[in-house]
Write a protein of this length. Structure first.
Length: 556
């Protein structure tokens, strides 16, 4: 349920850290083991897209197959290797279904991973096994008129328990940049925002003086450190060419990594170097704008690190510990329990036509175990329609768990029932969408045989939210249970215990932008009338219309 739409006309939806304290001992750093190794494939589209192009370390060259559904690609690592991860940077012709297989002899294969719901972009797939050969078996195309294509296929070996084999060194450390933006359009986008462990804040070069090459940002780790990995989460104003540099004094720099084929989003740079200072030195911009980073994270050992705030442990699903519940068992006509819910009256957003009231005729118990949220044709505060919105903003906040509700939605043009969550920092003044929004359920009354589950963040929101529209039975005929299972790795959305959409953290970071959901959120229920998303009401829209809620529960 969007607080705001960017752009205003909502026409559709796209179908689609682990932070280790410095005291944790370093493990062996992850190493890329497939680059420039012999690669073969079932076919190549033409001579310019051979298998070798996917292991050359160049994101400007690619392998593409013949235009057929059954294809394969494999790489010979040269020796038996303890494989830890495979990373695939897909071109538009990606695979929806594929398996990854391991072999010591190139003949007998063991399945290590399988999916039928891949969404392309940049995939990072943890694996566990020892093999000389790694093969990708491709069985379903995203673009049926074409084959398969990816820019790079990378196999890694070594520990992935901690990023780069060390702790986070850069959190809250002093930062400088070639320039900074600090104006009403980006207030503030200063250098320190790239090192605050907050993926919804960013650094940007100044539009007045900084949209030039070179542009740079650096961090002082406080003492000499052994750097093993740098992770850059780019804003759309990214560097096509840049260097990662280290220095002992902040004056004389040594380059430990360089690229001229940067493509934005998330760059994981496994590069080794020693220094107190680490710098991103950009030499070619991706656009007429400057440079901008949501996060610049440096991992390794040494330095003088500060531990970021600890995050809660991931739940083990199915989660069984009930931490919040409302069964709505009050007497008929009684209002929602204010020990659990805060009424949220007022004029809505998104072009809606109702006024949200705190009145019992818009939200009350029916005496048989359900909450009734009712939209009415009623003059109130200058509006001709009323309804209700309530939330747990003052009573209950949660980070991770299973959040579920059993709901019966109304049918009718212009009706818009929703069960969703907002980041609690919205209450402290952080504007939408920087606080984050998790829409567990939205249904449009004009078509109650579809539902939506969507995420909204600074880099993907409104009409560009990251989500899924899914077809189902007519949801207005009975109660249905919507749920989200949420942990540090992603969010899985369910309808009547059937998985309908998965938002994987790493996939989002590599294809859309920062993942901003590793903090507390509060719950919201509402029934909107009209607006940019559901469209207008008409003479067929029934009033009163009712959303019935059987229960809301949260498990950890």
């Amino acid at each position: 349920m969007r607080r705001l739409l960017l752009p205003a006309a909502l026409t559709g939806l796209l179908t689609a850290f682990l932070v280790v304290p410095a005291a944790v001992p370093a493990a062996a750093a992850e190493v890329l083991v497939s680059q420039n190794k012999p690669a073969t494939a079932s076919s190549s589209e033409w001579a310019g897209t051979p298998a070798a192009a996917a292991v050359d370390g160049d994101n400007g060259t690619r392998w593409s197959s013949a235009f057929a559904a059954t294809q394969w690609f494999q790489v010979d690592l040269g020796a038996s290797t303890a494989v830890s991860r495979v990373a695939i940077n897909w071109e538009a012709a990606y695979a929806k279904a594929f398996t990854l297989q391991l072999s010591d002899n190139g003949t007998t294969w063991t399945n290590a991973y399988a999916t039928t719901t891949a969404t392309g972009g940049r995939q990072s797939i943890p694996l566990s096994g020892t093999a000389r050969y790694v093969r990708l078996n491709l069985t379903q195309r995203a673009l049926e008129a074409y084959g398969y294509s990816f820019w790079e296929f990378q196999v890694y070996a070594g520990s992935t328990t901690t990023p780069g084999g060390g702790g986070l060194l850069s959190y809250a450390k002093p930062a400088r940049a070639s320039s900074e933006q600090n104006d009403p359009q980006c207030n503030p986008c200063t250098a320190d925002k790239a090192f605050d462990n907050d993926p919804a804040s960013r650094w940007a070069t100044s539009p007045t003086t900084g949209w030039v090459d070179p542009g740079w940002i650096q961090v002082d780790l406080g003492a000499t450190a052994q750097i093993s990995q740098v992770v850059l989460q780019w804003d759309p104003a990214y560097a096509r060419a840049y260097q990662i540099q280290v220095s002992g004094d902040g004056t004389t720099w040594s380059t430990i990594y360089a690229t001229t084929t940067g493509d934005g989003l998330k760059d994981v740079v496994n590069a080794s170097g020693t220094g107190r200072y680490v710098r991103m030195y950009g030499t070619a911009r991706s656009s007429t704008y400057g440079y901008s980073l949501w996060e610049f994270s440096v991992y390794g050992t040494g330095g003088s690190p500060a531990a970021p705030p600890a995050k809660p442990a991931d739940p083990v699903f199915p989660a069984a510990r009930l931490v919040f519940a409302d069964e709505f068992n009050g007497a008929a006509g009684s209002k929602p329990d204010t020990a659990k819910w805060t009424y949220d009256p007022g004029v809505p957003q998104n072009g809606e036509v109702q006024y949200y009231t705190p009145n019992s005729e818009n939200a009350s118990m029916n005496g048989t175990g359900q909450l009734v949220v009712e939209a009415r044709r009623q003059d109130y505060q200058g509006r001709q329609y009323t309804s209700h919105r309530m939330n747990t903003s003052t009573t209950f906040h949660v980070q991770y768990g299973r959040i579920e509700a059993r709901i019966k939605v109304p049918k009718g043009n212009g009706l818009w029932p929703a069960f969703w969550m907002m980041g609690e920092d919205f209450l402290q003044g952080r504007p939408w969408p920087y606080n984050g929004e998790i829409d567990i359920m939205e249904v449009l009354g004009r078509n109650t045989s579809e539902a939506y589950s969507t995420l909204h963040a600074p880099a993907y929101n409104g009409a560009g939210g990251y989500g899924q529209r899914y077809a189902t039975a007519d949801l207005s005929q009975d109660f249905h249970t919507w749920a989200a299972e949420w942990d540090s790795k992603g969010i899985r959305f369910f309808l009547d215990n059937a998985l309908v959409f998965t938002a994987d953290k790493e996939t989002v970071e590599n294809t859309r932008g920062p993942w901003i959901y590793d903090h507390k959120f509060y719950l919201i229920l509402n029934l909107a009338v009209g607006g940019d998303f559901p469209g207008p009401i008409d003479t067929t829209t029934p009033f009163p219309s009712r959303m019935l809620v059987d229960y809301v529960r949260v498990y950890q």
